[in-house]
Ligand binder design. Structure first.
Ligand code: FES
Length: 169
């Protein structure tokens, strides 16, 4: 039979590239027949005041890249890399609970991770003024990109404690 000890323990995490990251996190130990297993749990990824309502922030925690979105005062965490061509969703736009990818405009619901719509071809102003050779190149790139699909994003549980935003990674 498995037993869990929910008494929190803390461990130092390494700071990455100057980003704000938690110095410690609560986890729990589980006694299993194979021995004691450590579970990572909620990791502090940001302070509440760093993500105003209607905005997003890219954070890194463990091996994960996350987009933290503030939807009318409630925080959500979603995998930050668009499944289409890896753009950072946090660099896109947030309207209500819908984030739009900055690169080819796929849209996702940050509360569920569900894809709302797939990529669309970007139309640049003044394209007709470019030389034909460049336009042919751009057309070929668009042909290659068009069949690449994107899928739902992973969502992560979030909780706010004090001034901190914690994500279960
Ligand atoms: Fe997101 Fe292309 S990278 S839609």
């Amino acid at each position: 039979m498995r037993e869990r000890s929910f008494a929190p323990h803390y461990r130092q995490l390494t700071r990455k590239s100057g980003e704000h990251h938690l110095d410690s996190y609560p986890g729990y130990l589980e006694e299993t027949s194979e021995g004691r297993v450590e579970h990572m749990s909620f990791v502090e990824v940001s302070k509440v005041n760093e993500i105003p309502a209607g905005t997003m922030k890219h954070v890194e925690a463990g091996e994960k890249e996350l987009c933290i979105a503030n939807v009318s005062g409630t925080f959500y965490a979603i995998g930050d890399r668009c499944g289409h061509q890896n753009a950072s969703l946090a660099m896109g736009t947030l309207q209500g609970k819908i984030v739009t990818c900055p690169l080819h405009f796929s849209r996702f619901d940050v509360t569920t991770g569900k894809k709302i719509s797939g990529p669309v071809e970007a139309k640049l102003e003044g394209m007709d003024k470019f030389p034909p050779s460049f336009l042919a190149y751009a057309k070929r790139i668009a042909e290659i990109q068009a069949p690449i699909k994107t899928y739902d994003r992973q969502v992560f549980p979030v909780r706010v404690e004090g001034l901190g935003i914690f994500v279960d990674i």
